[in-house]
Design a binder for this molecule. Structure first.
Ligand SMILES: [Zn+2]
Length: 469
């Protein structure tokens, strides 16, 4: 059983439902238990208010029921990706909203610098896997909640694993990982005679934060814009315009950038060719003092040693309150989808509290030729005289593709042929000469299919080569 507005409510047949509730009552009743869910009296009153009565904003098809709570508590399986700043918040919010079957994947261990905001962790946990400590904390603190931790990469699991969940929530800091899980959920869709089978949809709720900015979005794979549909929204790297840095600085960051980009290469303070090392305190001291001088010249305040190091090392500070806002809205969307009681966010929420407070929602649109969620074969248009290197650069640099280490293979005379593969050094060496060959020299023809594998997607992407004259 997977998500679709109609089948969520019918998740359990009446007889099964009754038996499950009875079992649960026997197993979980504690002193003062109220019977129907096996918990103490009033435990889920806050949740029941949404499930057992309708209101002006409930979904037109929603039927209030005293049985929906059982679905949330016992049947609905949620997967949380990431147990960091967003992940800790998400786990706490979901568990307190009644979700009791939660899995969490995180490949990181706890660092002392996490403790100010990743509140499920204590100093004694430093060095231990985040997923495990987070699960232990939630399970011991929230009776009945069953968080299963996975100290692994999301790529370590296959589709059978992902298929078991009703909803996936992301609190990831990596775009590659987001794109990968997005591709995985798209690959699970079933089409019958070209029509999408709604029960094959696993909704993806994605939260992201960067300093004082954040976003939350609801993705119904195959129906609404996916991560790759909106890839242009992730700029490769935020840089300050050179004219601002050079002639009209307004922020302390501009002064630091000025020293980093212009003054350091010109003055070579630590000898010719010595590059600025963000971990060398003497280097940072030098930049800090020059940045202070420049700031004084333009009457700008706020240049500190810490900020200098942050700008030089491109550190974006994590802000606990931003995580709290974004995780709360993601958890709310999970609740809306799982209960089918309310319309989900449509579909992209922007939050910003850099200058005061700002929120905005808009409907991100699907891209007809999205290479992750559109079923059409992608076209690659090149003259036959183009080199394989040009194709590789195109795959990496086009804003709608942004691949990292694409491996290109094709079929020639019935045999698989690797044209270029970067991730295994012996194959890279063997296929490197192909990069400087033209498509024609490689024996490729108009209409030839190229299969491209990359870390950003679990599926090989097929491209059709079209020669332009
Ligand atoms: Zn898409």
């Amino acid at each position: 059983m997977r998500w679709a507005p109609e089948n969520m409510a019918e998740a359990l047949e009446p007889e099964k439902k009754r038996r499950r509730i009875e079992e649960l009552t026997d197993k979980m009743a504690v002193d003062g238990g109220c019977g129907d869910t096996g918990d103490w009296e009033g435990r889920w009153n806050h949740v029941k208010k949404f499930l057992e009565r309708s209101g002006p904003f409930t979904h037109p098809d929603f039927e209030p029921s005293t049985e929906s709570l059982g679905f949330l508590l016992n049947t609905c399986k949620i997967l949380v990706l990431g147990a960091g700043g967003l992940g800790c918040e998400l786990l706490k919010n979901l568990a307190l909203s009644g979700f009791q079957q939660i899995d969490v994947i995180d490949m990181d261990t706890i660092d002392v610098s996490n403790l100010n905001r990743q509140f499920l962790f204590r100093p004694k946990d430093v060095g231990r896997p985040k997923a495990e400590v987070a699960a232990e904390f939630i399970n011991s603190r929230i009776p009945g909640c069953n968080v299963t931790p996975h100290f692994k990469k999301i790529q370590d699991f296959d589709e059978t694993f992902y298929k078991q969940f009703h909803i996936v929530v992301c609190g990831l800091d990596s775009i590659i990982a987001r794109r990968w899980i997005n591709g995985m959920l798209v690959s699970l869709l079933n089409y019958e005679d070209g029509a999408l089978d709604p029960s094959s949809i696993i909704p993806l709720i994605d939260g992201g934060t960067e300093g004082f900015k954040g976003n939350a979005r609801v993705i119904l794979p195959g129906m609404t814009a996916c991560i790759d549909c909106t890839l242009d929204l992730y700029p490769p790297q935020i840089n300050f315009p050179m004219c601002t840095i050079a002639s009209m600085p307004r922020l302390p960051e501009h002064c630091i950038e000025y020293v980093r980009v212009l003054q350091w290469p010109k003055e070579q303070p630590f000898g010719d060719g010595v590059t600025l090392d963000g971990d060398d305190p003497e280097h940072i001291q030098w930049v800090f003092h020059r940045a202070l001088e420049r700031a004084a010249q333009f009457k700008i305040t706020g240049v500190t040693y810490r900020l200098t190091q942050g700008v030089v090392k491109r550190i974006i500070p994590a802000v606990a309150s931003t995580n709290a806002v974004i995780a709360a809205s993601c958890a709310t969307e999970v609740f809306k989808l799982a209960s089918s009681a309310y319309n989900p966010l449509n579909n992209y929420l922007v939050f910003n509290d850099v200058d005061g407070l700002y929120t905005y929602t808009f409907e991100a649109e699907r891209k007809d030729n999205c290479f992750a969620c559109s079923p059409v074969t992608q076209k690659l248009q090149f003259p036959s005289s183009a080199k394989l290197q040009d194709v590789l650069d195109f795959l990496k640099e086009t804003s709608s593709l942004q691949m990292k280490t694409p491996a290109i293979t094709t079929t020639m005379n019935g045999k698989n042929k690797t044209l270029y593969l970067q991730t295994i050094s012996s194959i890279e060496e063997r296929t490197r000469p192909n990069l400087s060959r033209t498509l024609k020299e490689l024996g490729l023809t108009d209409g030839q299919e190229l299969a491209v594998a990359d870390v950003t997607t679990p599926q090989t992407v097929l491209f059709k080569l079209h020669f332009t004259s």
